[in-house]
Design a protein around this ligand. Structure first.
Ligand code: HEM
Ligand SMILES: Cc1cc2nc3c(=O)[nH]c(=O)nc-3n(C[C@H](O)[C@H](O)[C@H](O)COP(=O)(O)O)c2cc1C
Length: 420
């Protein structure tokens, strides 16, 4: 028999839960819980699970117990020293500022990528190896970045890709990202493993602000079906993004290293993937999904033109694809999205007419965005950059990430050039 204390400050209560009966069902795997045995599990629990999670295991409630004082601040929650965001000129500097304030665990989870990080590096390098061809005598006064994504008006051709566990980096978590997106009316995709519930992320949305919800199909299908039903009820969420490039967790050694020191149960990533179903196929999965959502579907993690073409066979249920190698976190040496864009241009350009093609991975500059758009992408996602912004300065840091003034000027210029 194991007794595990789970103190929930998020509920404003000090709950003590006995979770023995629940161990085998835990989507994060039993080990994730067992390593907290006999001690205050607040930090482990709190950073990963949305507030309402404890209600789901209320039957295990034993009684009240005294919260233990955390030895170290779990992340920058207690640090929240003000970084002067205006002094941060680009994404490198925002990442540097974030690295100074977040916990080692958060840094390792956010920064890490698979094996030798070749795909992560190439994601950025690929854009740098493409040169722009600027045209002259173009009237540059009218600069408008507004556009539509799946028919919904947004302020930028830039969206926030789904990333798990934003509260690891900042107390406001995914809700802080939503707030940072607001001034730009930018699309945010909420991760399946979001540390804030989708209801709470969209709660403060302005009229017209839109979201997607990303799905990892769980081995426990019923839990995915229940989540899809919840998400169906949220009008601000316009589509489901089914992630397909990570049937299992990549080997992320920065994440592993930091957790070997803390315990022997493996990386945060490995624990997060414990309940994910690795058996998805073209033949079965979309049929199943169509029965459990009324929203259109976006397939994330397309890495070859062959799969891009296959995806079009499922239009109009599938309305968009995201060319992505998961920020280099899944299969190392998988191609950068921009290479897949070029493949589609070369072998099956009709794909662009059948579904919207989005990309993410390695975006550092406005010029990277422009290159992707010039090559046929509808819009471009940022993953880590939004997390670093959030960690450096909460919602304002996310705003700063999306803004980066000089880059946008370059964006604007290049957008005008595209439209000629
Ligand atoms: C310390 C005690 C812990 C308790 C009592 C606990 C409890 C729970 C509960 C009740 C759920 C179910 C949510 C649902 O079915 O919708 C859940 C989900 C999950 N937990 Fe934990 N957990 C604990 C620790 C951890 C740790 C340390 C990790 C990983 C580092 C983790 C990772 C996950 C993941 C990935 C999910 C699935 C989230 C989803 O499907 O949206 N858990 N946990
Ligand atoms: C910390 C972190 C967590 C992520 N979690 C998820 C996730 O839960 N679901 C998902 O589909 N992609 C996830 N991704 C991948 C991102 O959606 C995106 O594809 C990737 O970060 C893009 O690369 P970039 O970080 O270079 O912008 C994650 C990426 C990072 C860095």
């Amino acid at each position: 028999m194991y007794e595990i204390q789970v103190l929930s400050h998020i509920l404003g209560l000090a709950n003590c839960e006995k979770v023995t009966n629940f161990l085998e069902e835990h989507p994060g795997g039993s080990q994730a819980i067992l390593r907290c045995a006999g001690r205050d599990a607040t930090e482990d629990f709190d950073l990963i699970h949305p507030a309402e999670t404890l209600k789901e295991i209320e039957s295990s409630y034993l009684g009240l117990c005294e919260p233990q004082k955390p030895k170290d601040p779990p992340s920058n929650l207690a640090l929240e020293e003000k970084t002067d965001l205006n002094t941060l000129l680009n994404l490198e500097e925002i990442e540097e500022a974030a690295t100074k304030v977040i916990s080692k665990k958060a840094w390792a989870y956010y920064y890490s990528a698979s094996d030798d990080k070749i795909s992560k590096l190439q994601n950025t390098q690929a854009y740098r190896s493409i040169m722009l061809r600027p045209r002259i005598f173009v009237d540059c006064r009218a600069c408008d970045l507004e556009m539509t994504i799946l028919g919904h008006r947004v302020g930028l051709p830039l969206f926030v890709s789904p990333t798990a566990m934003a509260r690891l980096g900042h107390s406001t978590g995914e809700a802080g990202i939503a707030q940072g997106c607001r001034p730009f009316n930018a699309l945010q995709i909420i991760a399946n493993n979001s540390s804030v519930s989708p209801e709470d992320v969209v709660a403060g949305a302005t009229p017209g602000q839109i979201f997607g919800w990303q799905l990892y199909v769980q081995l426990n299908r019923k839990s995915s079906e229940d989540m899809l039903a919840r998400v169906d009820r949220l009008d601000q969420i316009k589509f489901i993004v089914l992630t397909l490039d990570a049937p299992v967790s990549g080997k992320r050694e920065d994440d592993e290293r930091i957790n070997i020191q803390a315990s022997s149960t493996g990386s945060v990533s490995a624990q997060l993937f414990a309940g994910t179903d690795p058996s998805l196929t073209w033949a079965d999965t979309l049929k199943w999904l169509s029965k459990h959502t009324k929203k259109p579907v976006v397939l994330k993690g397309i890495q070859t033109h062959e799969d891009a073409l296959l995806a079009t066979q499922y239009a109009p249920f599938v309305k968009a694809i995201v060319l992505s190698n998961h920020g280099g976190r899944s299969l190392d040496t998988a191609p950068p999205a921009v290479h897949t864009l070029l493949e589609i241009q070369a072998y099956c350009p009709d794909v662009f007419k059948r579904v919207e093609v989005w990309v993410d991975g390695g975006i550092r500059r406005g010029t990277d965005v422009i290159k992707a758009l010039c090559l046929g992408a509808r819009c471009v996602g940022i993953g880590r950059a939004a997390l670093w912004g959030l960690a450096a300065g909460g919602a304002e840091g996310v705003e700063r990430t999306l803004k980066s003034k000089s880059d946008l000027k370059v964006c604007d210029l290049a957008l005008i050039i595209i439209s000629q």
